[in-house]
Design a protein around this ligand. Structure first.
Ligand code: CP
Length: 329
């Protein structure tokens, strides 16, 4: 929405707000969102008809491919009785192909709907879209190497569901920390809570940017960079594996060199894991997690992590569209 500051803080009030970055959230805002998730889960798991978003239309404008973000937002709207305008690949199927600007496209679609979810390959373009929208909220469904706030919100929910806290946790985050937008948003989220330690495992070429490293460290997140699996701590609560982001590379030789540097295997879990941990991945997974890890009961990436994406997005849509999401006692 075209506010003076499109990345304004949530501050307990979701209604009408753009969701562009985890920077907008406080730990309290995250708790408000989480408290709405239970009701959404009940609606979805029991296929309960809901009229919460009846009469509402959400545009899903995806300039980049997506399975989960597109699919779960689409399902979330429909689970709550709303409808979608689905525009995948607008460069091909909309007037973007004729040269229409992002700003004009946004102003057109905001005339038809109540909120827009956008994915864009360029960092900052979703904010530009939010600035262009006069009347309705815009949700960032992933902007290039920037952020993926709704992914981080359900990643945090998945961790919270397991450990009942988001404090005093030890995590291992592995893979492409430079280009992975899910990692950037997740680190922002974790830095809102006290005494978390994150081990960062990546090839040196894909380390977290120095800006991000110092920003998160200054926020109180303890970050420990490692380059060998031998340095993985055995007491981690979460292993969060990520894909090397091929689409962000200009040098394909470098991509080939680093893409399978760290592969999550049953042996690695045996050597450095523990009974109580969970194994996460934002997906899509290519080869960085061996398929035989999928049946490990600690692997949540193709199970609860995915489902939580829909529940959390249901809750978020309801909140920003001003619907009551209080649980009945
Ligand atoms: N995790 C995620 O954003 O997946 P998609 O790219 O399939 O939406």
């Amino acid at each position: 929405m075209d506010t003076e500051n499109a990345t304004e803080q949530i501050n307990g009030k979701f209604k009408g707000k753009d969701i562009l970055s985890l920077d907008q959230f406080s730990s309290k805002d995250i708790q408000i969102l989480f408290s709405a998730v239970k009701k959404m889960k009940n609606i979805a798991v029991n296929s309960k008809p809901s009229k919460l978003l009846q009469g509402k239309i959400i545009t899903l404008l995806f300039y980049e491919p997506s399975s989960r973000t597109f699919g779960s937002f689409s399902a979330a709207v429909k689970r709550l009785g709303g409808q979608t305008i689905a525009v995948q690949d607008p460069q091909r199927v909309s007037s973007v192909a004729k040269g229409e600007t992002l700003e004009d496209t946004i102003r057109v679609f905001e005339s038809y709907c109540d909120a827009i979810v956008i994915r864009h390959p360029e960092k900052g373009k979703v904010k530009a879209a939010a600035d262009a929208a006069f009347f309705i909220p815009v949700i960032n469904g992933g902007d290039g190497v920037g952020e993926h706030p709704t992914q981080a919100l359900y990643d945090l929910y998945t961790i919270y569901e397991k450990f009942k806290t988001l404090e005093n946790l030890t995590l291992l985050i592995a893979g492409d920390l430079l280009n992975g937008r899910t990692v950037h948003s997740l680190l922002k989220g974790l830095s809102l809570f006290k005494r978390n330690t994150v081990y960062l495992l990546s090839p040196s070429q894909l380390r977290l940017s120095r800006d991000d490293f110092f920003t998160f460290s200054n926020k109180g997140l303890k970050l420990i960079e490692i380059e060998s699996t031998k340095d993985i701590p055995k007491n981690a609560h979460v292993w969060y594996w990520t894909r090397v982001q091929k689409e962000r590379f200009t040098n394909m030789k470098l991509y080939e060199k680093v893409k399978n540097r760290f592969i999550l295997t049953p042996q690695l879990i045996k050597d450095y894991g523990n009974k109580n941990m969970i194994l996460m991945h934002p997906l899509p997974r290519i080869e960085e997690i061996a398929k035989d890890v999928d049946t490990d009961p600690r692997a949540v990436y193709l199970r609860s992590q995915i489902r939580n994406g829909m529940y959390v997005r249901m809750a978020l849509l309801a909140l920003i569209l001003g619907k009551s999401v209080k649980n009945k006692r």
